[in-house]
Write a new protein. Structure first.
Length: 273
């Protein structure tokens, strides 16, 4: 089991930020903006999946997961709120969120399905966010030159994603979810996630007027496929998920705990006396 606490991030997101807030880089800003656009809707789905999965457990098992589920829901609800504020600024900049409505339509197709399917989808998405989070925490210098509020926001979010990456997975297993369906949903989510990320990033760049600039594509190539590129360094942990004996904690690093320990002045604990 994992001890999860809810933290309130101590940054001011009322003040607007620059269009190319991520170190002045159009591509990186557009990519992170795209991911943020998916979070409020996606994290509500994760919250509902974990809550309903917990309720579906036998009564004698619910107590075992109760504290962790409450912590997971609290963390994801906080992420949802913070990114809704962030996304509000993107809308004022003229960007249009096409990812969220598309995701909401797909979610309607899930109504009435066994809660294990919802948990399988959530566990797959949590694996994606966790390996991306660990990559970001390992390469914080790639956010150098960014608006400091937003740099803190993304690293805090990354630390908590790494921290709660096993909750949905453990509930799925506790409910008897099998390996075959876990991998089936993972493969489907891989395709959906990558296509949605690409579509929204391209849409952001087009509206920004930087889609066809050489500097945009040069940045994309370096950031995704360079020596420390996102895709290059996350492929191996992505692949690990398909193993029969996989568990998210096998990929655990100390980076999440280290960031949270070293940046205590950036957040307060919700409910702390």
């Amino acid at each position: 089991m994992t001890d999860l606490v809810v933290r309130r991030l101590l940054i001011d997101l009322e003040k607007p930020f620059e269009r190319h807030w991520c170190g002045g880089d159009a591509f990186r800003s557009a990519l992170f903006n795209a991911l943020s656009m998916s979070f409020p809707v996606g994290e509500q789905f994760f919250i509902d999946s974990v809550r309903n999965g917990h309720k579906a457990l036998p009564t004698e098992m619910q107590e075992k997961f109760k504290a962790e589920v409450q912590g997971f829901i609290g963390q994801e609800a906080t992420h949802r709120r913070i990114h809704a504020l962030f996304n509000g600024h993107l809308e004022k900049q003229g960007l249009v969120n096409e990812w969220a409505p598309r995701a909401q339509e797909r979610m309607k197709l899930m109504d009435g399905l066994d809660p294990r399917h919802h948990l399988g989808i959530t566990a797959a998405n949590e694996h994606f966010t966790a390996i991306m989070a660990d990559w970001m925490l390992a390469n914080p210098d790639l956010l150098a030159g960014s608006d400091e509020r937003l740099r803190t926001m993304w690293l805090w979010h990354s630390a908590e994603e790494s921290e709660h990456k096993s909750t949905a997975f453990d509930l799925y297993v506790a409910l008897g979810g099998n390996h075959e369906w876990r991998v089936t949903w993972f493969r489907r989510i891989t395709t959906v996630f990558l296509m949605d990320t690409l579509k929204q990033t391209v849409n952001n760049l087009r509206r920004d007027g930087t889609l066809w600039k050489w500097s945009t594509w040069n940045s994309a190539a370096s950031y995704l496929f360079g020596k420390r590129g996102l895709i290059r360094q996350t492929y191996r942990p992505w692949r690990e998920y398909k193993r029969v004996d996989f568990h998210p904690r096998q990929l655990e690093t100390t980076l999440s705990r280290r960031w949270l320990d070293e940046n205590r002045d950036q957040y307060s604990l919700v409910g702390a006396g």
